[in-house]
Design a protein around this ligand. Structure first.
Ligand SMILES: Cc1cc2nc3c(=O)[nH]c(=O)nc-3n(C[C@H](O)[C@H](O)[C@H](O)COP(=O)(O)OP(=O)(O)OC[C@H]3O[C@@H](n4cnc5c(N)ncnc54)[C@H](O)[C@@H]3O)c2cc1C
Length: 464
């Protein structure tokens, strides 16, 4: 279906970006054959060539060439994705955007930042540290590139208060699979001009376009931050507190559920100690500009916690303690990954989160598997980790069975199979749990309009 890459084709790519920015050595391409997807479902495939362009115009030329010769192209950021989206499953070209990493402009009058698509999120946060503004979305892996974060509509700990990446994307420059460059949206807070193509492309996981430039809305930076750890004896009472905390009138910056067992590997890996006792925790992060006001919000949260079974509440109001908590929280996935088969990212309405976790426990005991739970409880999106322990021999069947049962549980609650990690390749065969036949048909038609030869990230999002 796709053509093979020839030495002449590689020479043509070298003419576009320069020889040093084209890699075709197998060992050097190894890093581009995988991402951070959990070991039980991870896919790997070597590209035939990796190319590192420095402009939208170069990317447009590469895509025109790939179209002409029917060569698959996979956009790639930092490779921290959890759904195999950046893995070139049909080989072909990987376009890595690391050279498009500029912060083009911080516009403090319009509260907007313009960046190139390959800029790492960390670089954007650091640039904004020098201002009174901040970019609210904060996915757990700061090395991720902004173009990829937009392509995956990334979420993270702060979603409960501010929303996902989509909420902050106001404009973008994109390159279409056929090689045209489009400028969409702008530094605008309102825009009702025709169909919203920008919204369609956000979250398209590198199947409809490459994001080469992005305009993001910023907000004034809150001056104060406090973290509360509410300690519980078990998951049930901890999770049951979540909807009550959401009704206090003050939406926290983060509202995370964390289990003791899930943080132990992260503590060991980092040589740090989680400052709270107990078996299950709610981590509540609150922000504001007035310290007294923030303390009174914390008191209210403590009261709600205590009324709902919290054994103790730890208030971290010093940066050092907050940093340790956030560091351990951020490394939970890394800590668990070696012994994990899959991370499920199901989302349900926030008010259903306690019932969902209860059902997860039932799936766990029915199938005799270990399912560790933690994550964005305030968004109705806890991550469920299927661990390898105890199921070495028949893990593949168990994985399929547990996946089926969890997806059904989520579906019956009005949920969807992925909140933030996306479909990629690992869930492409499962989208029927969340989308109707008509929706899938419409999505396939849209893909055809944008990418008639199906060269851009084939095999992702939509089942082949
Ligand atoms: C420890 C850890 C924590 C994480 N925490 C979160 C979290 O809290 N929230 C969350 O949402 N995700 C999280 N993730 C997942 C991941 O970090 C995000 O999906 C991130 O947006 C991927 O960025 P990347 O640069 O690594 O992209 P890649 O993995 O390289 O690519 C991801 C997808 O985007 C496409 N793509 C890449 N660049 C572009 C571009 N410029 N234009 C168009 N398409 C492109 C790729 O083809 C692929 O489909 C986490 C991952 C890890 C390992």
């Amino acid at each position: 279906m796709y053509c093979k890459i020839t030495p002449e084709f590689i020479e043509n790519l070298e003419k576009i970006v320069g020889k040093v920015h084209v890699i075709s050595d197998k060992t050097a391409m190894e890093d581009f054959s995988h991402d951070e997807t959990a070991p039980g479902v991870a896919v790997t495939h070597l590209p035939d060539v990796v190319i590192k362009p420095s402009s939208s115009e170069e990317i447009a030329k590469i895509l025109r060439l790939a179209n002409e010769k029917s060569i698959p192209v996979t956009p790639r950021g930092a490779g921290t994705g959890l759904a195999g989206g950046a893995v070139p499953i049909y080989g072909g070209i990987v376009i890595n955007l690391e050279r498009l990493d500029k912060i083009i402009e911080i516009d403090e009058d319009n509260l907007m930042i313009t960046v190139e698509g390959g800029a790492p999120l960390m670089k954007i946060y650091e640039a904004l540290d020098k201002t009174d503004l901040f970019l609210p979305p904060h996915p757990g892996e700061e090395s991720a590139q902004v173009g990829a974060a937009v392509a995956t509509n990334a979420g993270g700990v702060r979603t409960v208060k501010y929303g996902v990446m989509r909420t902050f994307v106001k404009g973008a420059e994109v390159v279409l699979p056929t090689g045209e460059i489009l400028q969409l949206g702008g530094k605008l807070l309102k825009n009702n001009t025709g169909y919203n193509l920008l919204e369609l492309l956000i979250g398209s996981e590198g199947t409809l376009c490459l994001f080469t430039k992005i305009i993001l809305r910023l907000l004034p930076k809150p001056k104060e931050i406090m973290i509360l750890l509410l300690e519980y004896k078990d998951a049930k009472s901890a999770i049951a507190t979540v909807p009550k905390l959401l009704k206090t009138g003050e939406i926290p910056l983060g509202l995370e559920y964390i289990e003791r067992e899930s943080i132990t590997p992260s503590e060991k890996m980092l040589g740090e100690t989680w400052p709270a006792k107990g078996e299950a925790f709610l981590m509540v992060v609150v922000v504001g500009n007035d310290q007294d006001e923030l303390y009174s919000i914390c008191e209210k949260i403590m009261e709600i916690g205590e009324e709902n079974g919290a054994l103790n509440v730890l208030l971290a109001d010093k940066k050092k303690e907050q940093d340790i908590i956030m560091k351990i929280r951020s490394n939970i996935y890394e800590g668990l990954r070696p012994d994990m088969l899959e991370i499920f990212d199901i989302v349900v309405p926030p008010s259903m989160i306690a019932v969902f976790v209860e059902k997860v426990r039932e799936v766990s005991s029915r199938n005799q598997v270990k399912l560790l739970v933690y994550g964005h409880a305030g968004d109705g999106n806890v991550h469920v980790h299927l661990m390898r322990e105890g199921i070495e021999k028949d893990w593949k069947q168990k994985l399929e069975q547990v996946k089926k049962e969890l997806f059904e549980v989520g579906k019956n609650m009005g949920g969807k199979i992925t909140a933030e990690h996306g479909i990629g390749v690992v869930k492409a065969g499962d989208i029927f749990y969340s989308l109707s036949e008509k929706e899938i048909e419409l999505m396939k038609s849209i893909k055809k309009v944008f990418d008639p030869k199906n060269i851009l990230n084939p095999g992702k999002v939509l089942p082949d």
